[in-house]
Design a protein around this ligand. Structure first.
Ligand code: SF4
Ligand code: SF4
Length: 415
């Protein structure tokens, strides 16, 4: 097991060794370019990933992001965006004390480059665990004066690093609003980063906590926001627009329902009775009409998947009220009782008219009576249907001329 060290471990390490902390290697590189650094823009920005009460789903979604991908950010291949040096408890190559030293260097202000803090999972109230001599979630350890070592809670790292970070980004619903670990009855006192740092928190750039919710979030929502914030840090772009809860406004202002592929069924009053049906899922528990989330537009990964596309209902996982205010997930949202019944009434009427028009639009102008298809029998339109369509067509071409109306039956142009 790696020995736990206190103080400046970096001074004893060879910065050229592959096992040295990535931050140490980068700091040496940046030292050589210090003149350029002072002038900016930055070549490198460090990203310190901290995991609280988390399932690691947010890490997984970021690894799957494609527009831009985590690899593009880390390789520095996005024009204008500085290269991101990611320090991640699972993805970094260093281990043990060499890994934790990256965080210590940031705390001591020795990076020679700006850094952002990314928090995944909710922040537990470590005072509760400490009463019993334990901890909820930790990263690294430090020696106590009595010679014993003590794990450093990630909540403590957040307190240490957030004040000097260029930005603090909460990823996922646990980190943004508390999420599942903060559900009613939780024993950990779990909360979101915004609750933990307080309303007056401002990063080095003057930003409150940036919130990218979702359980797990859409990975692209995170990487795109990071790229936009980094462009701002470079002085190459405006500060992206955030809403009153710190969500990227361009990603979270519309509801799931507004972009859902099943919204047409809702409009026509057609509702699924059970999972697996193709219609709108609101009566089996979908909260999409009130939930702010763009997964129906963006998909889960690389434009693919997403809750309704794969048959799932929206349980409001991006919302501060999740999970308690959306439970029980198997029941229809109470508000839907009014809207679905109204939709049934208007939808039944509109649907009938649409099918009628559809029937006529499924015929070429040559097929007034007989449809010469060998695939199946197409019924002749009844007298009543023809009459309706005549009226429809009259209205359609009111004030303009119907295509071909200047040609008589012999093919002569009468204009
Ligand atoms: S499945 Fe949900 S989001 Fe989609 S149309 Fe129905 S209510 Fe709206
Ligand atoms: S559609 Fe609903 S359940 Fe699905 S990711 Fe968005 S908010 Fe969460």
């Amino acid at each position: 097991m790696a020995e736990i060290a206190n103080g400046n471990v970096a001074s004893n390490m060879d910065p050229d060794s592959w096992a040295a902390p990535a931050a140490l290697r980068e700091a040496r590189l940046q030292e050589a370019k210090s003149e350029k650094l002072n002038l900016g823009p930055y070549d490198v920005v460090h990203a310190f990933w901290l995991a609280g009460m988390s399932c690691d789903g947010c890490s997984i979604c970021v690894v799957g992001a494609t527009s831009p991908s985590a690899e593009m950010l880390m390789a520095g291949t996005i024009p204008g965006v500085p290269r991101v040096v990611l320090h991640h408890p699972v993805l970094s190559v260093e281990a043990g004390d060499a890994f934790v030293e990256n965080y210590r260097m940031a705390e001591r202000g020795e990076l020679g480059a700006p850094y952002v803090v990314i928090f995944e999972g909710s922040v537990a109230d470590e005072r509760l665990a400490e009463k019993h001599g334990g901890y909820w979630s930790a990263l690294g350890a430090e020696k106590l004066p009595n010679g014993q070592s003590k794990p450093i809670p990630t909540a403590s790292w957040l307190s240490r690093l957030a004040p000097n970070a260029a930005a603090t980004i909460a990823i996922g619903t646990c980190a943004t609003w508390g999420g599942v670990p903060a559900a009613a009855g939780n024993p950990t006192g779990a909360m979101g980063v915004m609750d933990f740092l307080g309303q007056n928190y401002r990063s080095d750039l003057g930003l409150p906590v940036v919130n990218i919710p979702g359980c797990s979030p859409v990975g692209d929502n995170f990487t795109e926001t990071v790229a936009a914030v980094l462009l701002f840090l470079q002085g190459l772009g405006p500060l992206p627009e955030f809403d009153e809860l710190g969500r990227p406004a361009w990603l979270f202002q519309e509801t799931v329902h507004q972009r859902c592929g099943r919204a047409g069924f809702y409009e026509e009053g057609l509702f699924a009775e059970s999972y697996g049906d193709k219609e709108c899922l609101v009566e089996v528990g979908c909260w999409g009409p009130v939930v702010q989330c763009n997964i129906t537009q963006r998909g889960a990964i690389n434009g693919m998947g997403g809750c309704m596309n794969t048959g799932g209902i929206c349980i409001g996982c991006t919302m501060p009220g999740f999970p308690d205010r959306f439970a029980p997930f198997y029941k229809m949202p109470p508000g839907s009782l009014v809207s679905t019944n109204l939709s049934r009434v208007t939808g039944t009427f509109i649907r009938t008219l649409r099918r009628l028009t559809q029937q006529f639009q499924n015929r070429t102008t040559r097929w007034d009576d007989h449809v010469p298809s060998g695939w199946g029998n197409v019924d002749k339109p009844s007298f009543a249907k023809r009459l309706v369509h005549e009226v429809y067509e009259k209205y359609q071409f009111l004030g303009t001329s119907k295509p071909g109306s200047h040609v008589d039956k012999t093919g002569e142009d009468n204009r």
